[in-house]
Design a binder for this molecule. Structure first.
Ligand code: ATP
Ligand code: F6P
Ligand code: MG
Length: 320
């Protein structure tokens, strides 16, 4: 049984990361295992910036967004020399395994770290929901609720002025946030990187919907599609409709985690600790049809998560 493990968060922060860290620490201590917290993701691993965590170290964080350990995007970890230095730091401290909470990039880093003799278990921590093998990532639910709140507010002002409101949401390579919040918020048009976007067609649909009596329109754009400002300019020019653009930005990455994210984080974290200390490595814990599943890490990072086309189809149908 492993006696000393570490936990870290990496990539973009997501609501629920703190809940996951708290659960890792308390489950591990309950099992008689020592836990270290690595600050700022792989940067802290590389710089040997870590601290021993006690049960009290993770008090008062369950309800907070962000990550109290800090997070980072660390370029040097992408080099073999960088990873070797990071692995040596862990070995010198007697840390045999690490729980890595992050997105697809962080999990790719985890797989490479395991090749240097460190056991790794991943937890899907990203608002993007773009990890293969799990229905939900920690933070996605909170983020989409924030987006829907924004859409609701935009509706008030859009309906008052009879405007087209274009809302840009996050998702550099993934349309999950735009699609899911678009469906829940009743967006008339949803633009995501996974689907072909035809802006001329979009403009003609917006014009036609006015002819059928729609008083205003909400267009949700995933950032990976392109700038909402450019898209808004084209809509205004081509349709003559009064158009305004909002970019939600990092507001959607913060905030107190939802109940769903807290429970997901706590449940997956317990599984991660139990697996790691019993000698299991190179797995990611996720949720499939409501049940906790262990996913081979190589599989998770080797597949691109596709969009749920039935959700996209429904969103389109309901917006007519
Ligand atoms: N191919 C790779 N090899 C080694 N390390 C990597 C690799 N890709 C990413 N990483 C490490 O993981 C960090 C985070 O990756 P990335 O910026 O892609 O975010 P992420 O984990 O996908 O999260 P999110 O997309 O939610 O922001 C990188 O800065 C780097 O330190
Ligand atoms: O501003 P940052 O930290 O580079 O992150 C932006 C990116 O991170 C994500 O929010 C995921 O955390 C992406 O959707 C977005 O493109
Ligand atoms: Mg990512």
């Amino acid at each position: 049984m492993l006696k000393r493990i570490a936990v870290m968060t990496s990539g973009g922060d997501s609501p629920g990361m703190n809940a996951a860290i708290r659960a890792v620490v308390r489950v591990a201590i309950h099992e008689g295992v020592e836990v270290w917290g690595i600050y700022n993701g792989y940067a802290g691993m590389y710089e040997d910036n870590m601290i021993k965590l006690e049960s009290r170290s993770v008090g008062d964080i369950l309800h907070r967004g962000g990550t109290f350990l800090g997070t980072a995007r660390c370029e040097v970890f992408k080099t073999l020399e960088g990873r070797q230095k990071a692995a040596e730091n862990l070995k010198r401290r007697g840390i045999e395994g690490v729980i890595i909470i992050g997105g697809d990039g962080s999990l790719t880093g985890a797989q490479l770290l395991s090749e240097l003799g460190i056991a790794v278990v991943g937890l899907p921590g990203t608002i993007d929901n773009d990890i293969w093998g799990t229905d939900y990532t920690i933070g996605f639910d909170t983020a989409i609720n924030t987006v829907v709140e924004a859409i609701n507010k935009l509706r008030d002002t859009a309906s008052s002025h009879g405007r087209v409101m274009v809302l840009e949401v996050m998702g550099r390579n993934s349309g999950w946030i735009a699609m899911t919040a678009g469906l829940a918020g009743g967006a008339e048009q949803i633009l995501i990187p996974e689907m072909t976007v035809n802006l001329d067609e979009l403009c003609s649909k917006l014009s036609k919907s006015r002819d059928t009596g729609k008083k205003y329109s909400i267009v949700v754009v995933a950032e990976g599609v392109g700038s909402a400002v450019t898209i808004g300019d084209k809509i205004a020019k081509d349709t003559g409709l009064d158009t305004r653009v909002s970019v939600l930005g990092h507001i959607q990455r913060g905030g107190s985690p939802s109940v769903f994210d807290r429970i997901l984080a706590s449940t997956l974290a317990e599984h991660a600790v139990m697996a790691l200390i019993s000698g299991i490595s190179n797995v990611l814990f996720g949720s499939k049809n409501g049940a906790v599943v262990a996913i081979d890490l190589a599989d998770a990072i080797g597949h691109k998560r596709t969009i749920d086309t039935s959700t996209f189809r429904l969103a389109t149908l309901l917006s007519k």
